[in-house]
Design a protein around this ligand. Structure first.
Ligand code: GRF
Length: 201
């Protein structure tokens, strides 16, 4: 399956997929393209280092629908069949989500449906939660609401800060995405009534 990764920044989750791929753990997934909407995204260096094509599409001053159409045209050109959102800080238009229904995977640093949105760690700490974690899910047209593929838990310590908690959750994120992608790329994920069923190999 031809996969595009969309990222806006650091790209450590992108790197975890590159590493898994190079270890031979993504036999059915081919990382063919990185799309960034920030020119200084560190993800670009990672793509270059591993010979993955990348493109920059500027979102500034553009209507969301126009920006998404530009992305869709590129994804079509690359014959992309699956999309990974790895720290892509843009909400996708309904058109985009419909075009790739149940073909877009996102990772979010909380145990959804708890703490959706841009401040998951801060919100988990403010709620005095005793655990958090990360969630890989399909993207629908809500924010962090799509069908859940898998989750990894992390215990919250009383002295955790946003930084310490996010660092520990990130370790789990780097395990979760490489675990979810092969399930998807080998067509083992079935969405029924908004729930994901994992089919046996
Ligand atoms: C991660 O915490 C991810 O859960 C969230 O954005 C962050 C991206 O980090 N969606 P990176 O760019 O992959 O390092």
């Amino acid at each position: 399956m031809r996969i595009a990764v969309l990222a806006s920044g650091r790209g450590s989750n992108f790197q975890s997929l590159i590493d898994a791929s190079e270890r031979g753990e993504l036999p059915n997934a081919n990382l063919v393209l990185l799309v960034v909407n920030k020119k200084n995204a560190k993800a670009i260096e990672r793509a270059e280092k591993h010979n993955i094509d990348w493109i920059f599409i500027d979102h500034r001053g553009k209507d969301r629908v126009v920006f998404d159409k530009e992305m869709m045209d590129k994804l079509t050109e690359y014959k992309v069949e699956g999309i990974i959102l790895a720290g892509f800080m843009r909400i996708l238009s309904t058109d985009f989500v419909i075009q790739y229904k149940n073909r877009i995977l996102n990772i979010h640093p909380s145990l959804l449906p708890l703490f959706p949105g841009a401040h998951a760690h801060r919100d988990a700490l403010a709620a005095n939660a005793t655990k958090s974690g990360c969630t890989v899910h399909f993207v629908d047209d809500g924010v962090d609401t799509g069908p859940i593929i898998l989750q990894k838990e992390v215990i919250i310590n009383p002295d955790d800060t946003e930084e310490t908690l996010s660092n520990r959750i990130l370790i789990q994120e780097h395990i979760a995405f490489p675990e979810a992608l092969p399930l998807f790329s080998s067509n083992r994920l079935k969405v029924i009534n908004n729930k994901v069923e994992i089919l046996p190999p």
